[in-house]
Design a protein around this ligand. Structure first.
Ligand code: ZN
Length: 302
C-alpha cells in the first residue's frame, strides 16, 4: 500500500510539476505577448522623439545659416555699394574730375590742371559775352558758368538773347509761322547728369556722341536754342517752311544757324538745322554777308 501510495504521490507531484511548468511557460508567453506592443509603443516614442530632435536641429541650423547669411549680406552691402560707386567713379572719371574741381574752386579759376580737353582760346573766351565760342574743343571758363537768364515763350535764354528771341518769335508768328524751342538753357549740373546718364548707359564713345561734355555745351551759355515747329523737331525742322523763314529772317534778330551741313570737321557737330545761336544783330548780319558757314571760320578760332 505504502508503495502504491508513494507511486501515486510521485505521479501527482510530477503532474503538478508538469502543470506548473506549463503554467509558467504560458505566463512567459503572455508577458512576452503583452510587452510587445508596449515595447513597440516605447520604440515609436523614442523614434518620434529622435525625429523631433532632428527636425529641431535642422530648423535651428537653418535659422542659424539664415541669420548668418543676413549678417553676411548686411556686412557685404556697404562693400557692394562701394564697389558700385568705385565702378561708376572709374567710368565717370572725367566727370568726377570736373565735379570735384567745381566743388574745389567754386568756378573761380580756369580748370587748366584737370581739364585736358580744352583749348583755352585767347579770344571769344568770356562766357558772359555774346561772342563767346564754345565747342567740343573749347570749354567754358569757368566750366560751371551760369548766365543770367530769362524765360520767354517757354525758352530760357541769357537775358539779351531772350529779348531778341521774343521779337523773332513775334515776327515769325506775324508771318504765319509757329516756332518754339524744344531745348534752350541747360545748366552745368543738368549737363553733368545727362552726360553721366549716357556714360552709364552706353559708355564714353556714345556719351560723347549724344551729349555735350559738361562745360562744353553752347546751351550752357544761354545763347542757344533748339527749335521746332508743330509736328516737326530736330532733323525734320530743316525741311519745314518755318526753317526757311528762319534762314531768311533770323539774322535780323541776331540768330544764326550754328551747325551747318557738311561742317562737322570744323564745328564738331553734324548738321543740326534745329540749333540756333544768338550772336547779336551786328555779328549775325556780318556773318550772313561774309558767306561763312561756321563761327570758327568767321572768327578765325578753328
Ligand atoms: Zn542744341
Amino acid at each position: 500500500m505504502a508503495v502504491l501510495h508513494y507511486i501515486h504521490m510521485r505521479d501527482s507531484i510530477r503532474r503538478q510539476q508538469i502543470e506548473s511548468g506549463k503554467t509558467s511557460a504560458r505566463r512567459r508567453a503572455r508577458i512576452v505577448l503583452w510587452s510587445l506592443p508596449v515595447l513597440a509603443a516605447l520604440g515609436l516614442g523614442v523614434w518620434l522623439y529622435g525625429v523631433n530632435r532632428h527636425v529641431d536641429t535642422v530648423i535651428a541650423a537653418t535659422e542659424e545659416r539664415t541669420s548668418q547669411a543676413t549678417i553676411a549680406f548686411d556686412e557685404l552691402l556697404p562693400t557692394l555699394v562701394q564697389r558700385r560707386i568705385d565702378r561708376e567713379n572709374a567710368e565717370n572719371e572725367a566727370v568726377r574730375e570736373l565735379v570735384y574741381q567745381r566743388t574745389l574752386d567754386g568756378y573761380t579759376t580756369p580748370p587748366t590742371l584737370t581739364n585736358s580737353r580744352c583749348n583755352y582760346l585767347t579770344s571769344h573766351d568770356d562766357p558772359s559775352a555774346i561772342d563767346v565760342l564754345v565747342s567740343k574743343k573749347n570749354c567754358l571758363i569757368p566750366l560751371g558758368y551760369e548766365p543770367t537768364t530769362k524765360t520767354v515763350y517757354g525758352a530760357t535764354l541769357q537775358t539779351e538773347a531772350a529779348d531778341a528771341y521774343k521779337q523773332m518769335i513775334d515776327a515769325a508768328t506775324a508771318d504765319g509761322y509757329s516756332i518754339a524751342a524744344t531745348s534752350s538753357y541747360r545748366s552745368y549740373a543738368s549737363q553733368v547728369s545727362t552726360y553721366r546718364y549716357w556714360l552709364n548707359y552706353s559708355g564714353r564713345e556714345e556719351a560723347d556722341a549724344y551729349s555735350a561734355y559738361p562745360g562744353y555745351s553752347e546751351h550752357q551759355t544761354g545763347l542757344a536754342a533748339d527749335l521746332g515747329t508743330p509736328g516737326c523737331a530736330l532733323g525734320c525742322f530743316g525741311r519745314s517752311a518755318a526753317y526757311t523763314w528762319m534762314n531768311e529772317n533770323a539774322y535780323k534778330y541776331g540768330f544764326i544757324e550754328r551747325y551747318s551741313d557738311g561742317e562737322e570737321a570744323v564745328t564738331g557737330y553734324s548738321y543740326e538745322p534745329w540749333h540756333w545761336r544768338y550772336v547779336g544783330i551786328d555779328t549775325a548780319t556780318e556773318y550772313r554777308k561774309s558767306g561763312a558757314t561756321t563761327l570758327e571760320e568767321f572768327w578765325g578760332t578753328s
